[in-house]
Write a protein that binds this ligand. Structure first.
Ligand code: 5GP
Length: 187
């Protein structure tokens, strides 16, 4: 142990803004930053590796983790699967003096604000509303109803910007990721 406590940073933002892509860039280019691996009940997508992208767990195992207090936060995302942050590895990374990053949804970010108010909360924002709409409904394969639902969700999610300490605009992944890293290590 270095004797110096690392700092926790929470990256959140609206659906489709590119949080996962920014986190993937940081994972690839900044090994000095520790990135939390979430537990999820959703099945793996092709190419996703257990323990690298997520810990893929059953509903029963997720229940157990919740009951045993193993999760720092958790939420049902997109009304589908449950996602949560294992607490112990985060505490270990911080004790080791490493800057630690959580890439989670807004509900999870609000929970972390309650339990770890000293964390840095970074909101990843789209360059414009029109661009977010394009990223959200770009393929145009959804029904009008689904499209309206997504847009309403996006409006609500964008309004959460005021709850955060800093906003990073994701115009270009490389720039947004480097800005995030500078915030994390420069504090
Ligand atoms: P995906 O299924 O596309 O990998 O992720 C869907 C959403 O789940 C993303 O918005 C991501 O931020 C969120 N997410 C991933 N891990 C966690 C977690 O541990 N906790 C919470 N609250 N959200 C998460």
């Amino acid at each position: 142990m270095s004797g110096r406590q690392g700092r926790l940073t929470v990256l959140a933002g609206p659906t489709a803004v590119g949080k996962g892509t920014v986190a993937a860039y940081v994972r690839e280019h900044h090994p000095e930053i520790w990135i939390s691996v979430s537990a999820t009940t959703r099945p793996p997508r092709p190419g996703e590796v257990d323990g690298t992208h997520y810990w893929f767990v059953s509903d029963d195992e997720f229940d157990r983790m919740v009951d045993d207090g193993e999760l720092l936060e958790w939420a049902v995302v997109h009304r589908a699967a449950r996602y949560g942050t294992p607490r112990r590895p985060v505490e270990q990374a911080l004790a080791d003096g490493r800057p630690a990053l959580l890439e989670i949804d807004l509900q999870g970010a609000r929970q972390v604000r309650e339990t770890m108010p000293g964390a840095l909360f970074v909101f990843l924002a789209p360059p414009s509303w029109d661009e977010l709409v394009r990223r959200l409904v770009g393929r145009g394969t959804e029904s009008q109803e689904e499209r309206d639902r997504r847009l309403q969700t996006a409006r609500d999610e964008l309004a959460a910007v005021t709850e955060f300490d800093v906003t990073v605009v994701n115009t270009e992944v490389h720039d947004a990721a480097e800005e995030l890293v500078a915030l994390m290590v420069g504090q």
